[in-house]
Design a protein around this ligand. Structure first.
Ligand code: GDP
Length: 297
């Protein structure tokens, strides 16, 4: 399960301080040394860890905590609040344009789960928000990506806009949006091309698609299992394209959690959804507070 190691370590660390009737500065320091190590071992970005420890220390050593009736529990509350803040604080909702269709560009590297997530997001939009999305197949490079999206569309009984792999992604995006307007779709999810690595050709193309599609939302799909690589990928995409959100996939796997805890802080981009499995209903809205509770027990 995701975060298992981190959760175990943090929970046993905070357990020690939980019931204490008196908490000294040294107690907090000792706890935070262990918390720091646990976070680093979970592959959380070191700058993020440093900032986090500093913030908790500042608040936990303060008067309100030390002088409270349950200082142990107050310290834990501070840890939880800071962890929540680290992951963005509030839930961050998907954009909804007041001039439909809302255009969502799905971007990411190959294998991250972009195409699957496009299908899952369409499913979620319909189920949870009663929307009528159109899927657009603009990944013309990966063999079978178009077919994969069409298969997902069939499974969902949802239309997929495709012009084959001989038309440019820019043209596909443009036509898909026109088509969505004609057919009164309120969302267009554009599945763009991925590559194995971030490269200039890919970014140039995505920039062109962005220019034409004028998306309300650019969602980067990254694989939580890849840890700090996911954070680096998010940084590059954000610099080049300006992301509005991140979808973290494969959180059902045994990821240590580094990406989930670092991405928001490093890129200032909120995690909006998490992938919890391969099935089409395995996409969830990301709730920072619930995630923090899950980690801290
Ligand atoms: P793309 O190259 O980024 O479009 O990747 P795909 O959508 O083809 O996904 C790559 C693989 O990851 C597929 O086998 C998916 O079923 C799998 N996958 C995607 N999201 C998740 C997830 O949240 N959990 C798990 N376990 N597998 C996922």
């Amino acid at each position: 399960m995701a975060f298992e190691g981190l959760a175990d370590r943090l929970q046993s660390t905070i357990q020690k301080i939980k019931g204490k009737g008196k908490v000294s500065e040294a107690d907090v320091k000792a706890m935070m040394r262990e918390v720091r190590l646990a976070l680093l071992e979970a592959d959380v970005n070191f700058k993020v860890v440093k900032e986090f420890v500093k913030n908790v220390n500042e608040r936990a050593v303060g008067q309100e905590v030390m002088k409270s009736l349950t200082p142990g529990q107050q310290v834990i509350k501070v840890v939880k609040e800071e962890l929540t803040k680290l992951m963005g604080g509030e839930e961050s909702k998907i954009a909804a344009s007041n001039r439909p269709p809302t255009v969502v560009m799905m971007v990411g590297l190959q294998g991250a789960g972009k195409t699957t997530t496009t299908g899952k997001l369409a499913n979620l939009l319909r189920k949870k928000y009663n929307r009528k999305p159109l899927l657009a197949a603009a990944d013309i490079y990966r063999p079978a990506a178009i077919q994969q999206l069409e298969t997902l569309g069939k499974q969902l009984s949802m239309p997929v806009f495709s012009l084959g792999d001989q038309v440019s992604p820019v043209e596909i995006a443009r036509k898909a949006i026109e088509h969505a307007k004609e057919e009164h779709h309120d969302y267009v999810l554009i599945d763009t091309a991925g590559r194995l690595h971030v490269d200039e050709t890919l970014m140039d193309e995505l920039k062109k698609v962005k220019e034409v599609a004028q998306p309300d939302e650019i969602l980067l799909v990254v694989d939580a299992m890849t840890g700090q690589d996911a954070v680096n990928v998010a940084e590059s995409f954000n610099e080049q394209l300006g992301l509005t959100g991140v979808v973290l996939t494969k959180l059902d796997g045994d990821t240590r959690g580094g990406a989930a805890l670092s991405i928001r802080s490093v890129t200032e981009t909120p995690i909006k959804f998490v992938g919890m499995g391969e099935k089409l209903d395995a996409l969830e809205t990301f709730h920072p507070e619930r995630m923090a509770s899950r980690i801290l027990g």
